[in-house]
Design a protein around this ligand. Structure first.
Ligand SMILES: Cc1ncc(COP(=O)(O)O)c(C=O)c1O
Length: 464
């Protein structure tokens, strides 16, 4: 190609109107929602970067596939297509559909994890952590030290710290570690990829101690693309071949098809262990449905099967990763501190660096996320002490390791001018950082509090 511009490898087929509510309507929405962006109506947002989960645009082939959905309760043709595609990609013997990723987690941990156990991961996603803790177990985050340093420019900041994994096994005892998980890419750690070498190193430790290894595979294709770009020896591999290699290293995976399944709903648990699969299917029938639909419609299974085939397309992945990088570079060039290098599905603003005057217990990343909405109707999500900090009776919250605002980019959804607008809003808000104040929580749930907590603003700092 003689031209440098990486264009969207698709054209728009159906449109959906979006609008920016007036300033006073945005203010009223913030008050009504208890300053919690999860409480906004989607129509009150113009660019919604809350999540890349289930929010992408499906292709014409996926929509066409939905018309072919077989809604039979048992033995649906759509299930067999889904099973074939998932097995071809992952190589795992047992394929169990679920209505989304957390259902796969709940089932896997109910089968495998018990009270007092310890589950290591590079970084647990919030639902993964909550599902581990719900079983009375401890969720250990063992990402290597560079993965906690937003400014470090390294290719695989999602890698697990292998020495820390060995130390955890020595400390807690192998009998208390029912499985090791690796999240690809590492969502809560900035969407950073995990190298193939690191997956192999985790495998080696797991083999040494006889511990099963699972991937949290939500963004397996984006991880595969980073391996192709950054890890020596993979430049000539197709993304699919890299993905297959990643899956072959582990014993199973949980998957939210709402990410790299390019679908609006769905997920699966896939694994080799027949006994665990048997127990998982029994639980599936209790909570999700018969094993050939697992809480999904036949048409959802078709959309996922088609999505899993489209997501490993090189042209799609080149555009996808480049479009995230485009926003990150724009705001980085303007001096806004971000997690470097940009991850796959989202741009993460480092609120600790931008708002050093707001302590973690006053939720700097939350404050920044609210301000992006107030200023430009852009919705992101706090990944900091509201999400991961611990409420402690009568004492200040325990701070999360990082204070990030994640701007997750839905797949195949927004154009370059939407992203230019977002960049402009961020740069404007960042230029007024010293005017922002902190928040306090006035109402919270015992777990996953960020979804429903109500907050109120604290007095703003005097202007510097
Ligand atoms: C890394 C990771 N694991 C698990 C999940 C849970 O998936 P779901 O939202 O489909 O339940 C998510 C969702 O965002 C995720 O990013």
């Amino acid at each position: 190609m003689p031209y440098k511009t990486i264009i969207e490898p698709f054209r728009v087929h159906t449109v959906e109107a979006i609008d920016l509510p007036e300033q006073d309507a945005r203010e009223a929405a913030l008050v009504r929602s208890g300053y919690n962006l999860f409480g906004l109506h989607a129509d009150e947002v113009i660019i919604d970067l809350l999540t890349d989960s289930g929010t992408g645009a499906m292709s014409s082939r996926q929509w066409a596939g939905m018309m072919l959905g077989d809604e039979s309760y048992a033995g649906s043709r759509s299930f067999y297509r889904f099973e074939k595609v998932v097995r071809d990609l992952t190589g795992y013997a047992e394929i169990i559909p679920t209505h989304q990723g957390r259902a796969a987690e709940k089932i896997l941990f109910t089968v495998a994890v018990g009270d007092g156990d310890v589950v290591p991961n590079n970084t647990h996603f919030d639902t993964t952590r909550a599902n581990v803790e719900y079983r009375g177990a401890t969720a250990l985050d063992l990402v290597k030290a560079e993965g906690r340093d937003p400014a470090a420019e390294l290719p695989f900041k999602g890698d697990m710290d292998i020495e820390a994994l060995r130390a955890a096994i020595a400390e807690h005892g192998v009998e208390r570690i029912p499985l090791v998980m690796v999240t690809v890419t590492n969502n809560s750690g900035g969407g950073q990829p995990v190298s193939m070498a690191n997956l192999r190193a985790v495998r080696e430790v797991c083999d040494e101690f006889g511990i099963p290894m699972f991937l949290d595979a939500c963004r397996f294709a984006e991880n595969a693309w980073f391996i192709k770009l950054r890890e020596p020896g993979y430049a000539d591999w197709t993304p699919k071949a890299i993905a297959c290699e990643m899956f072959s290293i582990a014993d199973g995976c949980t998957m939210s098809a709402k990410k790299d399944g390019l679908a609006n709903i769905g997920g699966f648990l896939a694994l080799n262990d027949r006994d665990w699969a048997l127990q998982a299917r029994n639980l599936l029938i209790l909570t999700e449905g018969f094993p050939t639909y697992g809480g999904l419609a036949g048409y959802d299974l078709e959309a996922i099967a088609q999505g899993l085939e489209e997501v490993v397309d090189e042209k799609y992945l080149r555009y996808r990763i480049r479009s995230t990088e485009y926003l990150a570079e724009k705001i980085h060039a303007a001096g806004v501190p971000t997690v470097r290098p940009p991850g796959g599905h989202a741009v993460y603003i480092d609120a600790k660096a931008l708002l050093p005057h707001i302590p973690p217990q006053q939720f700097p990343a939350h404050s920044l996320a609210v301000e992006l909405y107030r200023a430009g109707g852009v919705r992101g999500v706090e990944i900091g002490t509201v999400m991961f900090g611990r409420a402690r009776d009568g004492q200040p919250d325990e701070a999360a390791p990082m204070e990030l605002v994640r701007l997750a980019i839905p797949r195949r959804m927004y154009t370059q001018s939407h992203i230019d607008y977002v960049g402009e809003v961020i740069i404007d808000v960042a230029s007024r950082a010293d005017e922002m104040g902190g928040y306090r929580i006035v109402e919270q749930a015992p777990w996953l509090r960020h979804f429903t907590a109500r907050l109120e603003p604290l007095a703003k700092p005097a202007r510097a």
